[in-house]
Ligand binder design. Structure first.
Ligand SMILES: Cc1cc2nc3c(=O)[nH]c(=O)nc-3n(C[C@H](O)[C@H](O)[C@H](O)COP(=O)(O)O)c2cc1C
Length: 206
């Protein structure tokens, strides 16, 4: 693989919040989910669980998404300029017409540290993000469903699973995906203070 292809991929990926109202082909969705399964995980426990929602069930979720907005809107009202606030509100009400939602759960148990379990699932979520991009799709990872975590658990039927009843299944995020219907600017990245070479710090302090 040409390294430039990889760096171009990670730098070009961006969150998409408007989608064409057309379905995603099953074979594409399968490849994306397969990519998720190839992520690294603590002790190779592969402790991710993905609940894939499309069709009528996806439509039904919109009312939950709208509810999750209520928990977030006040914080965003302070952070976003009015036009972006309105766009984001609309996104929560419609999910940008995304035809697929993947709810990402962690199966936590006493064999693994909690943070390692959580981190492993997010490794898989990043694979989903990158796979969408190479498939010509867009996606947006959403922490918003955590605002209404227990309602989402019930909506998906996760509450009936024995692991859930033992307190081991935890919703971490959703990824909405579909064919992009906009081309937003890339969100800027900052390097300042984010990467610290420890040897340099030691040298400065000597
Ligand atoms: C864990 C996580 C939770 C996120 N939750 C939301 C969300 O609820 N709603 C949303 O519109 N975007 C959400 N995002 C997307 C971020 O806003 C986005 O990744 C960030 O602004 C950087 O933009 P980019 O993805 O286009 O590079 C989330 C991203 C991550 C990784």
């Amino acid at each position: 693989m040409n390294p430039n292809d990889f760096y171009q991929l990670v730098q070009s990926r961006k969150s998409i919040r408007a989608y064409k109202p057309i379905p995603v082909e099953n074979d594409k969705l399968e490849r994306i989910l397969e990519a998720a399964l190839h992520a690294p995980s603590g002790k190779n426990r592969q402790n991710w669980r993905f609940f894939v929602v499309t069709g009528k069930k996806r439509d039904e979720y919109l009312k939950y998404s709208q509810k999750s907005w209520l928990g977030i809107k006040d914080v965003l009202a302070k952070r976003l300029k009015p036009s972006l606030y309105q766009f984001t509100e609309r996104f929560f009400y419609t999910l940008g017409n995304a035809p697929v939602i993947i709810f990402c759960y962690s199966h936590n148990d006493s064999e693994e540290r909690y943070l390692t379990s959580i981190g492993s699932v997010y490794m898989a979520v990043q694979n989903i993000n990158l796979a969408c991009f190479v498939e010509g799709l867009g996606c947006c990872t959403m922490g918003a469903p955590l605002e209404i975590k227990q309602e989402v658990d019930q909506f998906l039927g996760v509450t009936h699973l024995p692991e859930y009843q033992r307190g081991e299944l935890e919703l971490l995020c959703a990824v909405v995906l579909g064919y992009p219907d906009h081309n937003p600017p890339k969100a800027p990245r900052q390097r300042e203070g984010r990467i610290i070479f420890v040897d340099d710090v030691l040298e400065k302090n000597q």
